[in-house]
Design a protein. Structure first.
Length: 261
C-alpha cells in the first residue's frame, strides 16, 4: 500500500522535457526532479540549457541536456535516439516546447502558421510516437503530459490577442491528448494535458506588456497570474502514481479564467 507521499515519489524514473530550459518547462522539470526523477532537457539554445541544468543540479537533481529543435523532423529523430541512449528508457515525456505568433487572421503569414503548427502539433506527435513506440509500449508503462493552453479551449476576447495558429494548435493538442489516451490506455500509458492560463514567460511578455498585467488579472477570478510554482502540483499528479487512473484529461491551471469566459 502506498502512502500519499509515496504516490508522488519519482525516484528511479526518467523524464524527457522539451522546452525545458526556461519558463513552464523548467518549472515542471524542477517539480519532477525534486521528487527524484532523472531529467533530460531539450531546447534550441545551448546556453539556456546549460544554465537550466546548472540550476537543477544546484537543487540536487540529476539532469542533462540535448540541443534540439522540436520543429525539425531530423532533430526529433536525433532527440529520441539520444534520449533513449542516455536514459535507457523514458518513463515520463513532457511535451512543452511551443511557439506563438500574433497577426490578424486575414493577414496571417503562411510561414508563421507553419512554424507554429510544425512545433506545437507535428513535432509533438512525432516525438510522442517515437518515444511511445520504442520505450513506453514495449515496457507497458508511461506518463505523457502535454502542455496545451486555455487558448486551446476557446477563442480570444475581441481586442486582446490575434493568435489563430496558436489557438488552433493548442486545440489540436487537447484532442490529441484525448485520442491518444483512448488508444494507448491498453498499454498502461496515461496521456493528459495541462492547460495553463497566463504565466509571465518569454512567450507571453509581449501580450502582457500590451494588455497590461492589471487588466489580465482583473479578468481572473483569483485576481492573479500564474507563478513559478503553480504548475508543479498538477504536473506531478499526471506524472506520478498519484495519477495512475487519470488519463485523457485536460486540467486548466488558470486561476479560474476558463470557468468564466
Amino acid at each position: 500500500m502506498y502512502t500519499a507521499k509515496r504516490l508522488f515519489d519519482l525516484r528511479g524514473k526518467t523524464a524527457l522535457v522539451t522546452g525545458g530550459s526556461r519558463g513552464l518547462g523548467l518549472q515542471i522539470a524542477e517539480a519532477l526532479g525534486d521528487q527524484g526523477a532523472k531529467l533530460l532537457l531539450a531546447a534550441r539554445k545551448r546556453d539556456e540549457l546549460e544554465a537550466a541544468t546548472a540550476r537543477l543540479r544546484a537543487r540536487g537533481i540529476e539532469a542533462d541536456w540535448i540541443v534540439a529543435d522540436a520543429a525539425r523532423d531530423e532533430d526529433i529523430a536525433r532527440l529520441a535516439d539520444d534520449a533513449l541512449s542516455r536514459l535507457g528508457y523514458v518513463d515520463i515525456l513532457i511535451n512543452n516546447a511551443g511557439a506563438t505568433w500574433g497577426a490578424p487572421a486575414e493577414d496571417y503569414p503562411l510561414h508563421a502558421w507553419d512554424k507554429v503548427m510544425n512545433l506545437n502539433v507535428r513535432g509533438l506527435f512525432l516525438l510522442t510516437q517515437s518515444i511511445g513506440k520504442r520505450s513506453m509500449i514495449p515496457r507497458r508503462q508511461g506518463r505523457i503530459v502535454n502542455v496545451a493552453s486555455i487558448a486551446g479551449l476557446a477563442g480570444n476576447a475581441p481586442g486582446t490577442m490575434e493568435t489563430i495558429a496558436y489557438n488552433t494548435s493548442k486545440g489540436a493538442v487537447v484532442n490529441f491528448t484525448r485520442t491518444l489516451a483512448a488508444e494507448w490506455g491498453e498499454h498502461g500509458i496515461t496521456v493528459n494535458a495541462l492547460a495553463p492560463g497566463f504565466f509571465p514567460t518569454k512567450m507571453t511578455e509581449g501580450s502582457l506588456a500590451r494588455l497590461r498585467v492589471e487588466y489580465m488579472c482583473s479578468r481572473v477570478p483569483l485576481r492573479r497570474l500564474g507563478d513559478e510554482e503553480d504548475l508543479k502540483g498538477a504536473a506531478l499528479l499526471f506524472a506520478s502514481d498519484a495519477g495512475k487512473h487519470i488519463t485523457g484529461q485536460v486540467l486548466a491551471v488558470d486561476g479560474g479564467l476558463s470557468a468564466v469566459v
